[in-house]
Each structure stands twice: as C-alpha cells, then as structure tokens.
Design a protein around this ligand. Structure first.
Ligand code: MIG
Length: 784
C-alpha cells in the first residue's frame, strides 16, 4: 500500500482542509430544574446536569434537541435521590452535594467541578463545550501542570498518558502493537487524573469514534466524538480507589470468576486434533505442571462454522471434555461472530429466517469476509438476537463446556477498513441506528449475549467468557486478553502498563498472551514472561500458527523447572488471588495495580512501568530484559520483605536487586499478611491447608484485610454460602496481634483452621491471637 512507503511523507499527501471551526455552546438563555435534573438552554445547544451520587455528576449536551438521558449502552444505574443546595445569581449557578460543588457560569456556559473544599477537579476556561458542522462534539478542560492521566482502557505505551493522544475505535491490529499503535481492540472512553496526590475520573459515554488529546496543548486537554452528543460523568474520588468504585458504580463490576478460570490456561492457534489435545493434557499431568484450561482455536470447527466440530479432527468432543475434566482440565473453545454464508448450515438458515443478522438500510444482509469466507453478523444490539445467540451455546454446554473465548468481535473483517461497513444498520432494541454509532459496543453486546446464554444453561455454575473487543462495562461479562502481541521483550515490558491501565479502567481480569503470540518465543523470554504471568490477573500462554511451540517444557528441563515453579506458585497464591478477585467483584478494584494506586502522594510511582502491585501489600518487580540478573526496584513507604530470601529492605528508596533466571523479586510489606495454599495435583486442585503468612513489622500500624472463600464454582455465594473473614494484624516491636473482626457466611471449606505463620518475629516475641497470648509459636492457627 502506498501509505506504507516513504511516499506517505510526500508534501502533497498532507490534507489541507482549512482551519477547524468550532461553535461554542454560548450563553445560557434560561434554566429549569426537575427531579434533580438541571436543564440549560443555551445559544448553541442544550445541557443537562444530573447528580448520580454525592460524588458523581453527569453533564450532557445536545446541539439540536434536549439531551437524551436514557441512551447509555452501559450505565446501569439511575441518579440517586440527593440533597442539592442551590445558589443562583445573575452570573453563576452554584450547586452543591455533600462531596461536590458545581459552578456554572452563564455567559458563556462554563462548568467547574470542585470538591467539598473548593479544590478544582475539572474546569473550563476560554473553551468549554463545542461542536462542528460535521457533527463532531468536543469538550475542552483546563490541564494543570501536575496532572497525570491513566486508564483509557487498552493502550500501548507507558503508564502515565500525559502528552499522549488516543482514539477509541475497536480495531483488530494484527501484530504491530508498537508504542504508537492506536486504536486497539477495546474502547473504554474513561480516564483518571491524579493531581497533587488526589484523583478524579471522567467517563465520556459516547459510542462513536472518540478521541482524547492530552498532547496538543500544554494548558488544556480535550475529548471529542465523531457524532452523537456530549455525555460525560465526573467522579470526585479523591483516592484512586474511590474513583474506581465510583466509575464501576456506573458501569458495573465483574462477577466472581470460577476458580478454574484464574488458574493457568494453555492455548495455541491451534491444537488441531483430539489426539493432540489429549497428548497435551497428559503432558501437563506427567510434568506435574498445573493447568486448568486448554483452549480450542478455530481449527476445531467444521470449515470455521461456529457451533460445530470438525468430525475428523474431533470425532468425540463430549468424551474428550469428560475425560479431561476428570484430569482437572477444562476446554474453552473460540467463538467468532461471523456466521458462514451457507444455505445448508442451520445457524445461518435460522439467522436469515428469524431476521437476526445486521442489514443495510435497504434490507440486504451485510456480508463480510472472515475465516469461514463470506459471513453474516448477528445483530447483538438487539435483545432477540442476543437471546438467540445465547441459546445456541447449549451446543457447548451440553457436552460439558463452561467457558467461551470470543475473538474477532470488533467486529474484524478482512477488508480495507478492517470492520463492518459503517452504514450498516443496527436494530438497537427498537431505535435503529448505524454501525458508525454502535461499532464500539458490538463486542460488549456479544459478551452480554454469550455470558447470559451460558449462565442460563450452566444452571447455577459460573461461566467464564474471554473477549478481545469491548466497551466500558465489559467487565460485567468477560475477561479481556490484549490481542496479538509479539514475542519480543518490548512486548513483555509494554504489557505491564497496559494491564495496569486496564485495571484502572474498571477491567480487573486481563492479561497478555504469555510468551508472545506472533513470532517465535525463546527460552529466556518465555521463562521471564511466565514468572510475570503467575501474578497477572489472567494467565494464558498462547501462540500463533507457524511459530515455535511454547508449552512450558518446550525448551528443555532447566527452563521447564523454573516455569513449573512459577505456575505452581500461582496455585499456592490462589487464596490471596481469589480474595483479590473478591475485591474486584465488590468494589471494582483491580488485582494488578500500579503503585500509584496505593501511594498516590508518592510522585516516584506516577510513571513506574516495570513493577506492579498484587493487591495492596505485595510489590512484584520482574526482570524484563534479556541476559539480566539485576535490576533496580523502587519500594514505597514502609519496610519490605523479599519473599524468597526473607531479606528486609526499607521503603522510599531504590534498591539494586539480584535475580537469577529462577528468581523473580517479590516483596511483601512488613506488618501485613498474605494468604497462601498449596499445590496438590491437576486432578485435585483444592488446598486442604490454608495459611496466613504474617510479615512482622515494627510500626504499630494496623493492617486490615479480608479473606474470602467459597465453592469457587457456583452462585451459591449469592445466598450466603461463603466464608468471609475481616482480619486485623498489628505488629509492635515484640508482639504480633491477629484479630478476626468479623466472620460471615455459612460456607464450610475443606479446612477447619487457618495455619498462622509469623515471618520475622523477634526472638522471644509474643503472638496474640484474638486476644489470647499463644504458647507455642510454631503451631499457631485460627479456627474457622
Ligand atoms: O485473525 O483464531 O487474536 O488469539 O489465535 C486471527 C486465530 C484470528 C486472532 C486472535 C488470536 C487467535 C487468532 N485470531
């Protein structure tokens, strides 16, 4: 293609389309209030202001009509019943909730959001809301010198997005994934700003192609959409965690995953036959390497027809799945949206007959070329099509499948634009509109259809859905893997900030293809990547057709032993990991966190890309370059104990840490605790022994955490079948105190006590458990 040669920088290629002309919203002509919704009619548009909670305010602007307030594709809550105090003067309307103050200047309309101490959160200056004749809408906000930006969903590059410009348009990008490759598969038009240690969030709920620009100007940033109305929410924070709780109050939180889904997954494009899959499963058992899931990529299907098996390659899928389940391994098949155009294929016949595919305005079905050749695409924006698609999954659940992998759901199409024709119409539950408007939510709705169908058919068991495309709120239905990366060290490095920013965008259950998808991996890269993978929320090794096989034993015993150690470690840390997922489910908090989330006042953490936190008290500092056995590690405030050596390091300092290939530096904060289990075997993955590892500190501070457990498989927890313990640990110079503050739920686990180990207790030191001094410090436990 011409644009991929140096012809691309030919001066004549630059399109001079004249200056961009914005029409400002102009002065307020009048305003009204009813049911806590403030409506402003302005010279060039209409604005609505709504308070959702004391800390969340929504601003919507439509240049033509009254703002449409019931159009969100993802916000599932309505404004709360709040007390708002109002002071109106000629120039300004001042609105106040318990946590927010809004100053609305009337000539021209400009909005400033402040916290309860009148500190500015977002403000507008010379420019505010505006639109262009082509339908584009833009919001300009003042940018502070100390603003740092995070979130934006799935983006490559570094953690702090100040100085960047991003676009949201779900796109299948095969392989490049460079720092400037944008957009990618997910659209999450949301960000969090950190300013002087305090955080706030902005969610721009517009499904058209959107843009965020923190680059062009030094004193303001902007966000814009190709069409639709301005519709954004400001979340007041002030802690990063509060911002996430507020954002996920709007867009939802992830359901508790089945425990098997947070184990190790092995995938490849493709394990092509039943025999190959059985051999693979057997190898895991023989090597004593834990695995919970084997994925079936597109080769399992008959001519890439979804909801079919190729009878020659997979003669008896039901038996395969049943036999593997006995070994403790599940099968997750890939399901793409494209339905092969084939008059003899029942899914296609039904889709046409029942009128469930996306169509042009004039009535013709849209066909796009994907793996099966010419294909039709279910219209997931419509309830009827979602239900139909969900029902089809009985094909999989009937043979024992409990998880589905959704790929190509941007949707990806093999053509110039890489996707569906934007003029195709969607039914949109009775409000038909174009693909241009709903492109970014196609994957979200496919996820919903799949999740709901699977949930219904699994009759009480938790489904697992993995998706490539999505929109804000995708966490309600699916986990996300970050698409077609490459087997480069740089891609391992980039995966850290990418997964951290996804976590800050409300999507806690994510991870990259471990080992790299495209290109050949190598022993050292795969080993280092597997170490990191053991601590990323989603953990799957996946590789492309034609590349070297990259199962953990492919590079010889030395490397296998290290990868085995770390994959087993994943399982030993399972009680801790599961308790973190409980936090994701309850509060929307990520499992894998940038340090700034826990230490927002520490500027050293603001763009720390090569280390991360696992929960609130563990720092993981992997080696991310070849032939490297030393690295610097920044440890924030507190004392930190290296997990394998027990060595103590002081915080707010950089340390040079040595790590041979078999080691990945892990630090646990002194004065805190982690919950560990054990690895038995593939067929028996449930820990019989659970231990609380307390890292004695000397700071007199109390660390509070919640240990959560349940059957890991059903929805019985919704009816109270869980074990939840709120624990407090306080360590003084000579004494460690452990107290269970609350214990709830009526789940009875296989263990009846929790072993307590104290690491770093002084000679002769005391341990007090629930108020009683323990005699024998080598045999401590908490009764369940
Ligand atoms: O056009 O199903 O990102 O994980 O192995 C490639 C084959 C289609 C892209 C996915 C990748 C998967 C591959 N798919």
């Amino acid at each position: 293609m011409l644009k991929d040669t140096s012809f691309a920088i030919h001066p004549g290629m630059e399109q001079q389309s004249g200056p961009v002309v914005y029409r400002d919203i102009g002065n307020v002509l009048n305003h009204t209030e009813s049911d806590n919704t403030y409506l402003f009619s302005c010279e060039n548009g209409n604005v609505a202001v709504q308070f959702y909670t004391d800390s969340i305010v929504r601003v919507a602007m439509n240049q033509k009509t009254e703002p449409k307030l019931h159009v969100s594709k993802t916000v599932h809550v309505t404004p709360g019943d709040l007390r708002i105090t109002e002071v109106n003067s000629e120039e300004v309307l001042r609105l106040k909730t318990n946590n927010l103050v809004l100053i609305i200047r009337k000539a021209p309309f400009r909005i400033t959001v402040m916290d309860d101490q009148d500190r500015v959160i977002v403000a507008e200056g010379d420019k505010g809301m505006a639109y262009r004749e082509n339908g584009e809408v833009t919001v300009f906000k003042e940018m502070n010198e100390d603003d740092h930006f995070y979130g934006f969903g799935e983006k490559s590059g570094y953690l702090d997005k100040r100085g960047e410009k991003y676009e949201m348009w779900n796109t299948d990008v095969y392989a490049p994934h460079n720092p400037e490759t944008d957009p990618l598969y997910e659209s999450i038009p949301y960000f969090m700003t950190l300013r002087h240690g305090r955080a706030h969030g902005v969610f721009f709920d517009n499904t058209f192609r959107t843009k965020f620009d923190m680059k062009t100007a030094s004193n303001y940033y902007s966000f814009s959409a190709e069409g639709g109305q301005i519709d954004y929410y400001v979340m007041a924070g002030p802690e990063p965690k509060a911002v996430l709780e507020q954002y996920t109050h709007l867009t939802g939180r992830m359901p508790l995953p089945p425990k098997w889904a947070i184990g190790y997954h092995q995938s490849r494009y493709s394990y092509e036959t039943e025999t190959e899959v059985r051999e693979l499963a057997k190898s895991f058992v023989e090597h004593d390497i834990p695995v919970d899931v084997i994925h079936l990529d597109i080769h399992y299907m008959n001519g890439y027809r979804v909801f079919t098996f190729d009878k020659e390659r997979f003669p008896n899928p039901k038996k395969l799945i049943c036999d593997l389940k006995e070994m403790g391994i599940r099968i997750v098949p890939i399901v793409d949206p494209g339905v092969k155009k084939d008059s003899e294929y029942p899914i296609y016949q039904e889709g046409v007959r029942e009128d469930l595919f996306c169509k042009y305005m004039e009535g013709d079905i849209y066909f796009g070329e994907v793996w099966p050749g010419d294909s039709a695409f279910p219209d997931f924006t419509d309830g009827k099509a979602r239900k139909w698609w969900g029902d089809q999954h009985a094909f999989y659940t009937n043979i024992g499948i409990e998880g589905i992998w959704n790929d190509m759901n941007e949707p990806a199409v093999f053509n110039e634009t890489k996707t569906m024709d934007v003029s195709v119409m969607h039914r949109n539950d009775g409000e038909p509109t174009t693909h241009r408007e709903l492109h970014n939510v196609y994957g979200l709705f496919m996820g919903q259809a799949t999740y709901e169908g699977m949930k219904e058919q699994l009759k009480g068991k938790r489904p697992f859905i993995l998706t490539r495309a999505g929109y804000a709120g995708v966490q309600r239905y699916a986990s996300v893997w970050t698409g077609d990366n490459r087997s480069f060290w740089e891609h391992l490095q980039m995966s850290l900030p990418m997964v951290m920013n996804l976590g800050l965008s409300g999507v806690p259950f994510t991870g990259p293809d471990v080992g790299g998808f495209a290109h050949d991996t190598n022993a050292e890269l795969l080993t280092r990547w597997t170490q990191v993978g053991a601590f990323t929320p989603y953990f799957r090794n996946h590789s492309a057709i034609g590349t070297l096989y990259q199962e953990p034993w492919q590079f010889g015993e030395k490397y296998e032993a290290i990868m085995k150690k770390y994959i087993q470690m994943r399982y030993k840390w399972m009680p801790q990991l599961y308790s973190l997922f409980y936090q994701a489910n309850k509060r929307g908090l990520p499992v894998m966190r940038p340090l700034l989330m826990e230490y927002p006042s520490d500027a050293k953490t603001y763009n720390l890309n090569d280390q991360f936190m696992f929960g609130d008290n563990v720092v993981i500092a992997p080696i991310l370059t070849p032939s490297t056995t030393d690295r610097t590690v920044y440890l924030p405030a507190g004392d930190w104990i290296e997990f394998t050596t027990g060595k103590k390091y002081t915080g707010e300092k950089l340390h040079l840490i040595h790590a041979e290939l078999e080691d990945m530096p892990i630090f646990v904060k002194a004065g805190t605790a982690i919950m560990l289990g054990e690895w038995n075997s593939n067929a028996d993955k449930t820990s019989k022994n659970i231990s609380m590892e307390i890292y004695a500190g000397e700071c007199d501070e109390t660390y509070a955490f919640t240990y959560y457990d349940d059957d890991g498989e059903t929805f019985a927890y919704e009816d109270g079948s869980y074990l939840k313990m709120d624990v407090e640990v306080t360590s003084h110079i000579n004494t460690v105190e452990v107290s269970v503050r609350n214990k709830n739920g009526d789940y009875t686990p296989e263990y009846n006590e929790i072993i307590v180990n104290i690491i770093g207790l002084r000679e002769g030191g005391n341990v007090i458990i629930n108020g009683e001094i323990s005699r024998d410090i080598d045999k401590l436990s908490l009764k369940i």
